[in-house]
Design a protein around this ligand. Sequence first.
Ligand code: BGC
Length: 309
Amino acid sequence: MYLGIDLGGINVAAGLVSEAGKIVSHRSVPTPRTPEGVADAIADHVKTLLNEADGTVTYIGLGSPGTIEPDRGMVEYWSNLDFHHVPLGAMIEERTGLPVRMENDAGCAALGEYIAGAGKGSSSMVVITLGTGIGGGAVLNGKLYTGMNHAGLEVGHLVIEHNGRPCTCGRKGCFETYCSATALIREAFRVMDWAPESLLWALAGDKEKVNGKMIFEAYKQGDDLAVGVVREFLEYLGDGVASLVNIFQPEIFAIGGGLAGAGETILAPVREILDREDYARGSSRRTRLVKARLGNDAGIIGAAMLGAV
Ligand code: BGC
């Protein structure tokens, strides 16, 4: 049996994973805001899951946002929670007695999709996750590309608008300030007061409760506010994806994370942009843009498998 943890900005999720790469038990709690709180929440998940495990678990696989130092078990820098040099691996080992293997969360999601999801059997795959931030991972010729600092592909911090929206990382105009779930919701939130007739008010009841699903639902129903917000989101997403396709030319490009639930509502318009902007658009072989198949499970599965690949 394997055990994987997916640390995110909103939830800390964990799962027991079978040899075949399937989650057999799943848990999730809201992410505490401090390193100690995060380590406690993870240890709690681990203890509960170990009680349920039907077989031996020899290590904990952990996917964490930010730049990672796997050898020292460190989260060097995660801007969204303002983590600097947090020895999360050691903190979890202390609490559970099990060794920890770590990688960037989106790197784990890419690995999971490559082993058991949308990238299975492909020669190269890039995954981006649209959640609290935007993460990226690439599996090239069967191997996770980590870069020197195990920062996955920090695609969330690719500037797509010069001098644009401020990002937690200190830059302006980062991809994740336009196309993460946080950014989409923030934008709808910002303009809702000017559109009291918007369907979003009826769907959310309370402005604070607006989420990505509601925004796409209102968009599909032709609500003016949602159409404006989603169209702008899709233009930026198309720019970002086309640039990444131009850099990597992967066989498979998968979109995961919470917003990927919108499926073809996101994928079809981005494919149209790729048909105009992929530099290899005239070639006989083209990158296939798909939805990540394992949804939010990809990160847990990839983390769980860190010691198996
Ligand atoms: C972080 C990445 C992470 C992504 C998704 C970004 O803000 O910089 O390291 O993979 O969010 O969690």
